[in-house]
Design a protein. Sequence first.
Length: 306
Amino acid sequence: MSTLPSEGTSPGTVPGVIPELFRELFDDAAVFPPGNLPVAEAVPAHRVHRAAWYAEAVGPFLCGAGRLGELATAVAAAQGQGGTAAAGDGPFRVGLVLPGGSTELAPALAAAAPFALAGVELATRDAAEAVAALDRLLPPDVPAAVELPRELLRGDDLDAVLDVLVDSPYRAKFRTGGLVAEAFPDEDELAAFLTGCARRGLPYKCTAGLHNAVRHTDRETGFEHHGFLNVLLAAQETDRAAAAAVLAERDGAVLAKAVRALTDRQVTVIRNSFTAFGTCSIAEPLGDLAALGLLSSPSPLHQEDR
């Protein structure tokens, strides 16, 4: 059970106010591994998030193309129930996750018509082909991110991919974890991606393994998890070694102090770079921020970890 304390410890926090650094940072990936929450449960939970005091921190509901029919049924059921879960909730915002590449794009866009489409995340092995498909099919007001396998994002290949994306209107997407140890990039690999994007002014999102604020070793799995505060602070670096050092920091107090010292301009630079990440838990990252004194809630939040 994750709980946000009712009072923060930082003198700069205001209860119920989400700092600019964390606004719309947490995309709701509750139905994806390792959470795997059933869609019928994830939808009302997301509506609660969107009506809560911390709603400004929460991004869209992420869903794969193959589950859009199930999602439509769950959304209709949740809307029919009404009540407090629906309070303050507007159109159901969905981020489409398309691991099958460009062939999924057209049918997924058609199936997503009942929703407010907040974005598309397209996995591919060919960045130029993905950009061409998005240019051809994506509505002009819908943002998109292009994800390539990590083995194609190393050395000269990384530069080539980022050069393709920097000439497009689309973000990069980088996978920072998974269900096996090998799915987690080390500090140097992630730093290469972050600084490559920073030097080009290319925005990006991350996904998987980032639901805690500080870099740590998971006690159960032994996996080395990056912290989302580490990534936020490293996002302003253009030097690979400097970024890797920030990513390696395991002292939450050190990271929290660095966050408090950020200027408004630095926050803008960071969030123009690192736009969001997918997390199967909304309570965990918020709880970590509260524990570090970087967020203060007006009332406790209780939510099962996912």
